[in-house]
Design a protein. Sequence first.
Length: 209
Amino acid sequence: MQKVFVMDHPLIQHKLTFLRDISTGTKSFRELVSEIATLMCYEATRDLPLVNVQTETPMQITTTKVISGRKLAFVPILRAGLGMVDGMLNLVPSAKVGHIGLYRDHDTLKPIEYYNKLPPDIEEREVIVLDPMLATGGSAIDAIDIVKKSNPKNIKFLCIIAAPEGIEALHKKHPDIHIYCAAVDEKLNENGYIMPGLGDAGDRIFGTK
């Protein structure tokens, strides 16, 4: 059973339209990625467990709820995943942030690792791996391979747009991983780009080509 959660909230879908638009400039694109990440973080953390605590209000002592001791870590895949970090931290400022550096070889389309720095207590944390695009799935698979070696409590993968090919590849290698996305697009083209997609997310976030 595929574990894919497509977030169809109207605010996410509205912002995704402008994210796709070729006329959206770097500043607006970067802001939209961060805003969508915040909204997606809200949905992706919906299953965090709660415990009851006693809280004193100005009126009386009452029973309220807090998240039950589970710590979070956000791990963006460099470089495009960086665009999602601030949006996630807006909701969970106490989360730690790791980084995994991967780039895609434009000839083979396979990811190549160049950087890996994870929180030292990652085994105590629930990890959300971040990348705006799930295309071939190679980078996501490799990043999750790396994170799993540290034995975190749980891993989720959060992207904005996914291709069916990437979902299939990720599920084949990591069937236990839940995927959260805002849209599942039609296909990959011959160059491994998502169609209709939004182009190269890293280039659009950082204004490079």
